[in-house]
Design a binder for this molecule. Structure first.
Ligand code: FHN
Length: 580
């Protein structure tokens, strides 16, 4: 009721705020790198319950093991994070080069990691620790010049009869979500917005129980208390001040507006004792550069354990990333999206009249081709040591000559200063296929589709909650349904063509063809297995055949079914391998 009343009373205020443009997002756009932390009672369990290990998202253990709420609440009695030291955590975030930290104030388990008058189920009142770590952390982050925000699960709350999600203890039909919002969610959010100084972000997650107008009113409550605090898009109904993509989703294209791609360091958001599958510093740096090239931020999650200790590999690898950022931060912070799509050698970021080339792989001949470079190059500099590199326009390309050894095997950055402007060629530039690399992968997201063919993302998980997003060309059922790629071959020669696809039994043994510059290849699809959202989607790399390219030229590569019938496959990638 309160919410509904608020909707009416806040409509005018909202119109005024929207006209005024909403909170300033510039700091967020410039930050590019944030750290996420999932910390709660689940951190104490480490993905183990009753002698059984679970794999995947540890913070979902209460739900997965269907632990009764009263039994789960008793974990708090032993929760005593004496290894938590706010200054050390803030220092680690700072050392990683991240510019902001978002930490779970309350996750779906319903436990407040802050002192709350709205619910006794909180770290001050329900644990032997009797202390509010969020107070210390907010201050420590501010002292270190970090932006600071809270994650708050506004709808899912497995501790409360009226909260979303717990149907193993509480009947769904008996739930009153409005009561939950009025009694716990909104009062706690107000506490967070009132007691921890100015917040930079309030990161809502997994919306539910509110329609669009109610969500607007809910946001207005936040605005009134902290007009400058950014609200994540997971507040629901496509609202919020910045967009979050799906968990572990790298968008295949550039995206305007402030946005974040979120990944976790291993395969769980909350601490999981058995999970040592951490992303290496090199993987993180390349991910960060690839996201910046698309115009967004990376927020990378780490999961401290129940004692307050951040996993040793997370600490070490984050510091390594920070060491890279200290050398190359100018090529990340404050940059905007790249004018050109990913290249076989890496990605690019832009800062007004400087293009940063992030070189992941050195072309064998040392000649880096930057396609569709319509500006006048002034200089090319190896950022690591200031060495000037030969750079010249060659037709519509810029060619930069790299040294024999790249100084950084994570990501070597070359800064190219130029006069003029670089047009956005992200969606128009042909794919560069070159013999200077062992293989060249072309993502299906780059295809132009005809007929009924579509390009869309398929979400599936490995371990529980460990989501993967595969953008695939789909719905190719008839010879007129094509996925076409424009490919620019830099050198003549023989190339092996392979396809990477998923094929359930309904599509098995369908006949397909590839047309490439007057040559045709034929194939029959191979079974990979059935696809469900909660199982890994399996892909096969299927070598189709070899074609000969007679001169450097741009050729269309077209993939299609030979005849009418079931879907051909879900095509994820086209692969070229120069034959030597
Ligand atoms: O269910 C949560 C999950 O536990 C984790 O917090 C992630 C982080 O983005 N958000 C939800 C799933 O999308």
């Amino acid at each position: 009721m309160k919410l509904l009343r608020l909707v009416a009373s806040m409509a005018l205020v909202l119109a005024a705020r929207t006209a005024a443009g909403g909170p300033d997002t510039q700091w967020f756009r410039d930050a590019k790198f944030g750290i996420f932390m999932h910390w709660g009672l689940y951190s104490q369990l480490g993905n183990e319950w009753n002698g059984k290990s679970y794999y995947g998202s540890g913070e979902w253990l209460m739900n997965r093991a269907k632990i009764p709420a009263d039994q789960y609440a008793r974990i708090a009695e032993a929760f005593n994070p004496t290894n938590f030291h706010a200054e050390e955590w803030a220092r680690l975030v700072k050392d990683s080069g991240a510019r902001y930290l978002v930490i779970t104030a309350k996750h779906h388990e319903g436990f407040a990691m802050f002192g709350s008058k709205a619910s006794p189920f909180n770290i001050v009142d329900a644990t032997p620790y009797h202390h509010d770590p969020m107070k210390d952390l907010a201050s420590a982050c501010r002292r270190d010049g970090l932006r600071f925000g809270f994650y708050y699960s506004q709808f899912l709350d497995w501790h409360e009869p009226n909260g979303g999600g717990n149907t193993w203890d509480f009947r769904k039909q008996a739930k009153n979500y409005q009561t939950y919002y009025a009694d716990k969610s909104i009062p706690q959010i107000k506490e967070l917005l009132s007691n921890y100084g100015p917040l930079d972000i309030i990161w809502f997650d997994m919306p539910g129980g509110l329609n669009r107008d109610e969500t607007l009113a809910f946001m207005e409550d936040v605005r009134r208390l902290q007009p400058g605090c950014l609200i994540s898009s997971r507040v629901g109904h496509d609202l919020g001040d910045f967009r979050d993509f799906g968990d572990s989703e790298l968008p295949p294209h550039t995206t305007d507006g402030p946005w974040e791609a979120l990944f976790t360091h291993n395969d769980s958001w909350g601490y999981a004792r058995n999970d040592l599958d951490f992303k290496t510093p090199r993987e993180i740096v390349r991910l960060l550069a690839s996201i910046a090239a698309r115009g967004g931020n990376l927020i990378l999650n780490v999961g401290p354990d129940g004692t307050g200790r951040i996993p040793e590999l997370s600490q070490r690898y984050l510091r390594d990333v920070g060491q890279w950022l200290r050398l190359y931060g100018d090529s990340i912070y404050g940059t905007t999206q790249s004018p050109m799509p990913d290249q076989p050698w890496g990605v690019a970021t832009l800062k007004t009249n400087r293009l940063y080339l992030h070189v992941f792989e050195r072309p064998r001949n040392g000649l880096l081709i930057v396609p569709q470079f319509e500006a006048a190059p002034l200089s090319a500099t190896l950022v690591a040591n200031g060495q000037k590199l030969p750079a010249a326009r060659n037709g519509e390309d810029l060619t930069v000559t790299l040294p024999p050894e790249l100084p950084d095997n994570r990501d070597t950055v070359v800064a190219v200063d130029f006069k003029g402007s670089l047009p956005d060629a992200w969606n128009t530039a042909p794919e560069i296929i070159s013999r200077q690399f062992d293989s060249i992968m072309v993502d299906a997201a780059k295809a132009r589709v005809t007929g009924r063919a579509t390009i869309s993302s398929i979400t599936s998980s490995r371990y529980f909650g460990n989501w993967k997003h595969d953008v695939c060309a789909q719905n190719m059922r008839a010879p007129g349904d094509h996925a076409e790629f424009s490919c620019r071959f830099l050198e003549p020669g023989d190339y092996r063509i392979a396809l990477e696809y998923a094929c359930p039994s309904a599509d098995k043994a369908r006949e397909g063809g590839i047309e490439i510059g007057g040559q045709s290849l034929a194939f029959e699809t191979l079974l990979t297995g059935e696809a469900t959202a909660h199982d890994p989607l399996l892909f096969v790399r299927h070598n189709i055949g070899i074609v000969t390219v007679h001169a450097p030229e741009t050729i269309s590569v077209s993939i299609h079914p030979k005849n009418d019938g079931a879907e051909l496959f879900r095509l994820r990638r086209l692969i070229f391998e120069p034959c030597n």
